[in-house]
Design a protein around this ligand. Structure first.
Ligand SMILES: [Zn+2]
Length: 281
């Protein structure tokens, strides 16, 4: 199912590489299970269901893709653990968009579940760009961090998702906040990784924001419900506050990267001053 809405002069569609499973404890950090499982029920392996939401933005002039799911390059063992579905290309087909039509691809960061279909592994083992006519954008610091292959998060970075695109000149590396095309810009929100970027969509006086892994699902709106995966949880808390203190009063449409049931919605301050989803879209 594709959910698609007009947004100012833009058309926004939520595409998906399918659901996958991650450990519920890792997704909610220090939050006790009796609290998080009310919002995200765990299976017998203690995993919760997550989405891999790609946003297709048609501005009238450009066809922009935000994030590219998990892709088809995950080692078989990991693919089995996550039960990765590899559905993004079908999702494009259902939306009536050919990969050749995409002219901009934005990666908020380079964890494998955000940039997996940047490239495709062909049956002969070769790696080719999935979107042959696109310019790709990512933060330079993410590439550098991925190349370090640190003990903490080496598994999150698969260089075939970006190195071939840097080598062939298709990927532009950013050093900070930037306008990509009119109405589409990126802004760094550190914490999950040091240079994770949110994507801002501005049209008709309204703003939508793909906040990526700073707030991965609508169950993560409490500012302290940060993930075990976050490299700097204290910065995440500060950056979530910075985000919410703009997104709520300015009525931003919030796009959630990993929420398989509520990929977008509006947020409000609820009881006890805690942020909550006001309205799923
Ligand atoms: Zn991530």
């Amino acid at each position: 199912m594709i959910s698609s809405i007009p947004f100012g002069d833009m058309q926004l569609s939520i595409l998906s590489d399918g659901t996958y499973f991650l450990d519920g404890g890792a997704m909610f950090g220090v939050v006790p299970k009796p609290l998080w499982e009310k919002r995200a029920p765990a299976n017998e392996k203690n995993q919760i269901t997550l989405g891999t939401n790609t946003v297709l933005v048609r501005t009238g002039k450009h066809t922009v893709v935000i994030e590219t799911g998990i892709g088809n390059k995950l080692p078989e063992k990991l693919r089995a653990i996550y039960d990765a579905r590899q559905l993004l290309m079908q999702s494009f087909q259902s939306a009536g968009v050919r990969p050749e039509e995409v002219d901009i691809v934005i990666n908020t960061h380079l964890h494998f579940d955000h940039c997996g279909w940047n490239t495709t592994r062909m049956p002969d083992g070769s790696i080719v760009p999935t979107f042959p006519n696109a310019r790709y954008f990512a933060h330079r610091g993410e590439v550098e961090h991925g190349h370090l292959q640190l003990e903490r998060d080496a598994v999150s970075y698969i260089s075939d998702n970006y190195d071939p695109l840097i080598a062939n000149g298709q990927m532009t590396l950013l050093d900070g906040d930037a306008e990509i095309v009119p109405g589409v810009s990126v802004e760094v929100f550190p914490g999950h990784t040091a240079q994770m970027m949110a994507v801002m969509l501005d049209s008709g006086g309204k703003r939508a924001c793909y906040i990526s892994d700073l707030i991965p699902t609508s169950a993560h709106l409490d500012v302290t419900w940060v993930m075990g995966y976050d490299l700097d949880p204290l910065t995440c808390i500060e950056q979530r506050k910075r985000f919410l203190h703009r997104a709520i009063p300015e009525h931003w449409l919030v796009l959630f990267t990993h929420d398989h049931q509520r990929p977008m919605g509006y947020v409000q301050w609820g009881a006890k001053g805690k942020p909550e989803l006001r309205e799923a879209v």
